[in-house]
Write a protein of this length. Structure first.
Length: 147
């Protein structure tokens, strides 16, 4: 049994498939693509050498968001950059603002402060990501342009 377990999970770090078994379908959460949706809004203030961003994230889907982190289905805020030649960098920056489960219909507010020199010459977007599952933009929610 131990050998089967090791063989089954040895491919996960190399991009192998993951699956989750649930006893009750009503408990679906952000480990699943279906039902993930959000509405992001932001107010920015770019006085001086910093950009301050106040973000409101509303769970407008039908599934619960898991707290931020590195485990599959953890919902994190990703800052995505785009260069002048159109190249996207989805690994520009990650933030872990969610400390608890977020139910459908709930809103979260959080703030970021970024040095303008970090993204000089880049367009900057905010998007949520359910880690190892999907970027919310892939479910039809366009990322929010910050600058």
């Amino acid at each position: 049994m131990a050998k089967l377990f090791r063989e089954a999970y040895s491919s996960l770090p190399a991009g192998g498939r993951q699956f989750v078994l649930l006893k009750d379908e009503t408990t679906k959460d952000s480990r699943f693509r279906e039902g993930l949706d959000c509405r992001l809004t932001a107010n920015t203030s770019n006085d001086g050498p910093s950009l301050k961003v106040d973000i409101v994230a509303r769970n407008s889907g039908t599934t619960v968001w898991r707290p931020s982190g590195n485990t599959p289905g953890s919902v994190n805020l990703g800052l995505v950059s785009r260069s002048r030649d159109g190249k996207w960098d989805y690994e520009f920056r990650r933030y872990y603002p969610i400390s608890r489960q977020v139910q459908p219909g709930e809103e979260l507010c959080f703030s970021l402060t970024l040095s303008k020199s970090e993204f000089e010459g880049l367009e900057l977007y905010a998007d949520l990501v359910a880690e190892n599952v999907i970027w919310f933009a892939q479910n039809g929610v366009p990322p929010l342009r910050l600058v």
